[in-house]
Write a protein that binds this ligand. Sequence first.
Ligand SMILES: NC(=O)c1ccc[n+]([C@@H]2O[C@H](COP(=O)([O-])OP(=O)(O)OC[C@H]3O[C@@H](n4cnc5c(N)ncnc54)[C@H](O)[C@@H]3O)[C@@H](O)[C@H]2O)c1
Length: 377
Amino acid sequence: MTKELGVGIIGCGNISTTYFSLAPLFKGLKVLACADINAQAAKLRAEEYGVTAQTIEELLANDEIDVVVNLTIPDAHYPVSKAALEAGKHVYSEKPLVLSLEQGEDLRRIAKEKGLAVGCAPDTFLGGAHQLARKFVDDGGIGRITSGACYVMGPGMEMWHPNPDFFFLPGGGPILDMGPYYIANLINLIGPVKRVGAMTSMASETRTITSQPRNGEVIPVKTPTTIQALLEFVSGATVTLTASWDVWSHRHANMELYGTDGSLYVPDPNFFGGVVEASGRNKDIKEVTGWDHPFGKFNQESPNGPRANYRTAGLADMAMSLIEGRDARCSLDRTLHGVDIMTSILKSGAEGRFVDLTTTCTQPAALGIEEALALLK
Ligand SMILES: NC(=O)c1ccc[n+]([C@@H]2O[C@H](COP(=O)([O-])OP(=O)(O)OC[C@H]3O[C@@H](n4cnc5c(N)ncnc54)[C@H](O)[C@@H]3O)[C@@H](O)[C@H]2O)c1
């Protein structure tokens, strides 16, 4: 196996700039080409980042491309990833990998038949803050995790996104859109889930767009916008997860985990950095410090100040796993288990019963300082 994989990006929208600009930080990757159903979008990114714009067919037939990075919209993830696998390329997708377990099992079958790898974002659990939380848990900082509570809530997407329709249709909704970050992090910290239960609802059957250019247009809501879920882990831990776009403000923390010897306060799983806090049995909550993880270092300015952004770390880890012949942290098994958890939550809400999961996975290997440095150029 070569020491660098040729990367072709399909889907040249909003998030593609993050991949184009951050991929050069990492070993094992060389972005060579890009494509989009909108040829103009591909041309624009190609000029911006010095790669070749191709049609989707040309990119899939390009012998220099080893991995296709799928940055299309959620509904297109399955057909685009399937076409890439059938063309003999490894695949790394943005979240959610697919919209149903059946689609994911189909990708698994094709990948296995062809000896190819499939990986998927989110990779934010590889961030300095989340790996610090992982180390603290692994070192026994709060004892055995017995329960927890996660909240990802806000008023919605129609006030900022120019075309928010898809967020409110099947395949959208807060659990499939934001849930992947929380679930990937819970798998990182606690391991696989055994069964789920949920109650789901929607505050309104329509939403009124207040962003431009469609300000005032009324769009239908066809998927739950408030989901109160309960996850039972194989370890025995039980965690509540509330995901909603019907909440104007709240005071809940993103993620709190409770153990036999203390509590852990995990920052927003949508980001690589943040402050990790913990208490012991003395209830004295203090910041967890003491290491300088490379994926926690500020490398970007944002409207909220400097931040750590190492998106593509999961892709780099997958590339190195292929080069080194080891397990990838953002693997198909883990991401498909995440899809199983999210779709089972929605099923539980619709059917009013607990749902046993049919998939499982292992916890990903921790990514300590040395392992993270090994991914960087
Ligand atoms: N924007 C973000 O901040 C963000 C952050 C994290 C993850 N994501 C995820 O990344 C993915 C893309 O999001 P985005 O915000 O970049 O969306 P976007 O709408 O800005 O871009 C998507 C691009 O994919 C193209 N496309 C759609 N269907 C296609 C197909 N069948 N074949 C080829 N190209 C196709 C579109 O023309 C568009 O250029 C989503 O899955 C989203 O959940 C986005």
